[in-house]
Every structure is written in structure tokens, then in C-alpha cells.
Ligand binder design. Structure first.
Ligand code: PEP
Ligand code: MN
Length: 264
């Protein structure tokens, strides 16, 4: 990839004296839940409100997202709080609907990054966009697939790109829900040094007690920010309940992190 420098310019639009924080529920559940999360996050270091509208569940039978109505709630939250909004897109229809509802940040989930055909279709649907597009690592520990997805987007003249490290599937039972395999994102940084890199500690941890330490490790490795699942009442969440935290817990975490560097 040439002219990689342009890849990190979008970060300058945020307050860079601290890491970029994207926060919000795993899933949009109700209008009241989205709005109350947004209002509470407004008083934290959060710049971007996330919420999953279409949920790619590994096995059927779980909550699969509220669909389009959730995009209306995100737009309402954005108008009221001024937070930017972010959601996962997994096909070109999702892209069109998200763009129609003024979503600012679109991300490709771990189950999408594994599929070059789908990534290509999404990249073409987003061709030339000035929206921010973030690419989660594929669920399997494969650096080339992750890089390949970033390259497919870059080739469609999408320059506000970033990567999200959310850990990798493992068949063994380990402390984490998804193994961080820190070396893979380090290698990504070597290949594409100017690509902003965020940590999603929620999906690595699978458990809220591990989130702080994961965030500190990421800052020590010069990550640019975080995507953290945040819910007004985490234990009642319709998806990923164990790993979600309240907005006040999020504030406590960001307040106690030690920032090793000023991002420039
Ligand atoms: C999510 O962010 O809620 C999600 C489904 O993440 P991932 O694609 O990392 O599993
Ligand atoms: Mn989730």
C-alpha cells in the first residue's frame, strides 16, 4: 500500500491527548437503552457511540439484532448528544442503510474479514467514501486475511481506515474468550505503520474483569484507542452480557490508565 501516511489523518479530528474511545452496547436493544447509553457516555471520554444493529451470531437461535429501526435510534442519539455513531456492516445492503442513516463509522466484524468475496462487495459499496471504516481482525489468527481486507478497502479509495484487534478463536479453554496473540497486531503495525490500531478488549476478554489490564497493555504497545462494549445494565444485556461494562465503569478505566505517549 502506497501513501500510507494518509491513513492516519482522520485521527487528528479527535482529541489526541488521550486514546480514541468508541463505546456503546454490543447490540442496540431498545430506543431507551440506546439513548440512555449515549447520554451517559457523553460524560465520559467517549467520542463515538457503537451499537450492533445486525448481529452475526455463530450459531442460530440467539438474538440477531433489531435491524433498521436501530439505525433510527442511533441517529436520534447522535442528534441529541453530538456523539458520532458506529455500527457493523456485513453486506452491501447494510452499507446502504447505514449511510442513509448518517452512520459515521462502519466496521467489518471478525466473521466478515475472513471472507474476501464479502469484503470486496463491501469495499465496492463504500467506494470513495469519506466515512471512517474499521476492520476487525478475522476470527482466525491470519495476518494476511486482515491485511487483505484493509487493502481491498484502500484500493476502493477509502482512506479513513483503521484496524481493531479483537483477539483470535482458539479451541483450547484459555483465560480469554479470544486469544490476544499480541504478535499478530504488532506485525500488522510493522506492515502498515500508519494504520490507526484500536483494541477491542471486550471480545478478547469475554469477561469484564480483564478489560483494564488489556487496555493498559494496548497503550503500552502504542495503540491509538479502544472499542469497549458498554451497557446501562450489563447483566441484563441481550448479547455478550458478561463482558459489557457500565458507562461509569468505563470512566474509571480510562481515568486510571497510564498514557505512555502523546499520539501525534
Ligand atoms: C461486536 O463488536 O459486537 C462483534 C460481533 O464483534 P466481533 O466481530 O469482534 O466478534
Ligand atoms: Mn459483542
Amino acid at each position: 500500500m502506497k501513501n500510507k501516511k494518509e491513513l492516519n489523518t482522520w485521527l487528528n479530528a479527535f482529541n489526541l491527548s488521550r486514546p480514541l474511545v468508541i463505546a456503546g452496547p454490543c447490540s442496540a436493544e431498545t430506543e431507551a437503552q440506546v439513548l440512555s447509553t449515549a447520554r451517559a457516555l457523553k460524560n465520559t471520554d467517549t467520542s463515538i457511540l457503537r451499537a450492533g444493529i445486525w448481529k452475526p451470531r455463530t450459531r442460530p437461535g440467539n438474538f440477531e439484532g433489531v435491524g433498521i429501526i436501530g439505525l433510527e435510534w442511533l441517529l436520534k442519539a447522535k442528534k441529541e448528544t453530538g456523539l458520532l455513531t458506529a455500527t457493523e456492516v456485513a453486506n452491501p445492503t447494510h452499507v446502504d442503510l447505514a449511510l442513509k442513516h448518517e452512520v459515521d463509522v462502519l466496521w467489518l466484524g471478525a466473521r466478515t474479514t475472513v471472507s474476501p468475496f464479502v469484503v470486496q462487495e463491501i469495499a465496492e459499496a463504500l467506494k470513495g467514501t469519506d466515512k471512517i471504516v474499521l476492520v476487525k481482525n478475522p476470527i482466525n489468527p491470519d495476518l494476511a486475511l486482515w491485511l487483505g481486507a484493509v487493502e481491498r478497502l484502500y484500493k476502493q479509495n477509502i482512506s479513513k481506515l483503521g484496524a481493531i484487534h479483537r483477539g483470535f478463536s482458539t479451541y483450547q479453554k484459555i483465560t480469554y474468550r479470544n486469544n490476544p496473540e499480541w504478535q499478530i497486531p504488532i506485525d500488522l503495525q510493522t506492515e502498515v505503520p500508519d494504520l490507526p490500531l484500536l483494541l477491542d478488549p471486550s471480545h478478547i476478554a469475554g469477561n469484564r474483569s480483564l478489560i483494564f489490564d488489556l487496555c493498559q497493555t494496548a497503550l503500552d504497545l502504542n495503540y491509538d484507542g479502544f472499542m469497549i462494549e458498554t451497557h446501562p445494565n450489563p447483566d441484563e444485556a441481550w448479547s455478550d452480557a458478561k463482558q459489557q461494562i457500565t458507562p461509569s465503569h468505563l470512566s474509571e478505566i480510562t481515568k486510571n490508565l497510564s498514557i505512555k505517549r502523546e499520539i501525534s
